[in-house]
Design a protein around this ligand. Sequence first.
Ligand code: BGC
Length: 399
Amino acid sequence: MKRRRVKGILIFAMLFSLTACSGNTGSTETTEMVDTSESEKKPEIQDTHSNDGRTVVGISMPSQKLERWNRDGHFLKSQFEMEGYEVLVSYGNDLIDEQINGIEDMIKDGVDLLIITPIDATSLTGVLEDAAAANIPVISYDRLILQSPYIDYYISFDNYKVGTLQGEFIRDALDLDNAGDKTYNLEFVGGDPADNNAQFFYGGAYDVLSPYIESGVLNVLSGQTKFFQVATSSWSKDLAKERFEDILNSYYGDVNELTAVCCSNDATALGAEEAIEVDYKGKNNIIITGQDADEPNMKNIVDGKQSMTVYKALSNESVVALALGKAILNGETPGEELIQNSGWDFSCNYDTSSYDTGEKVVASYLLDPIVITAENMKEELVDKGYYTQDEQGYLHPVQ
Ligand code: BGC
């Protein structure tokens, strides 16, 4: 393709001059930009770039503070490297400017494809204009980038279904359809308002549970049922904990029993669990939901402090990214047939209507999340090779 050829020449010229300047002998080493809290500490990607004609994939992850993005960064990097691509990974440290600088660096460096998980869905409009001007295709990874037409594809899990699974778990655990005169107390802990996924998760859970709230079977004593009331900035465990301590101390003293907490992910669940440990006076087991199967939460599931998590096989998400990335880099415009031709042993749906950036509806590949409990974790996570289990029964993710 003409577009590729022109850029290829540019990259070659750039690499040639950089190699000449740095005296680089053509090492194929990949630079991983990790935790660049001060811009002057940022490694110069250009200096380690090889000139062996390899195609370069730039990956921008939001943060290393939350367990899953380290795993995503690792899975994506190794998938593409195994296929012979050069890979640059940059972590935004949960700081919007740092993420933008990392992406700008990769654009200047002439990457051939960008895979981006935004920290703030609406902050990448400008940098994506630069990517478009440089003819770099963009895959929005796991979280949708908003307010930009320059997104070629979206890969994620069915985010609404994640929330549905959490809501259904609570509904079924309490047998709400046969509650009779019984009533229960529920609270919500939501995700980051800057993350497009967070409203999908909350919407899925709320749609399942709201009929029972309306009928009075479920009470939310805090009265906080709007997404913006229950949201947790940056998905911070500490902020979730602070909010939950307030809720426990204000509404669940000696009299009121808390039955369930619908938490959107494991970081926020951990915050609620830590608050409950110190500030909850009741003796009942509280039903607590989560998402991600993070290591500390898997321990809490074994120890009976968390009831479930929603697992999203990140390694499979990176497998989809590789297939899609390869096709794009080969000049194809993949559609549903990418799934049919893949031979994947996991389910994935092609969706052309659900995800709108505000500028464009983005073609999406959506994988299926599953519920994990103490009962099925061995079968679903250990036997399938995603986690190992130690002698104490605790699970550890396989990298
Ligand atoms: C991801 C979740 C994750 C959350 C916080 C969301 O966009 O889909 O898996 O728990 O971000 O990192």
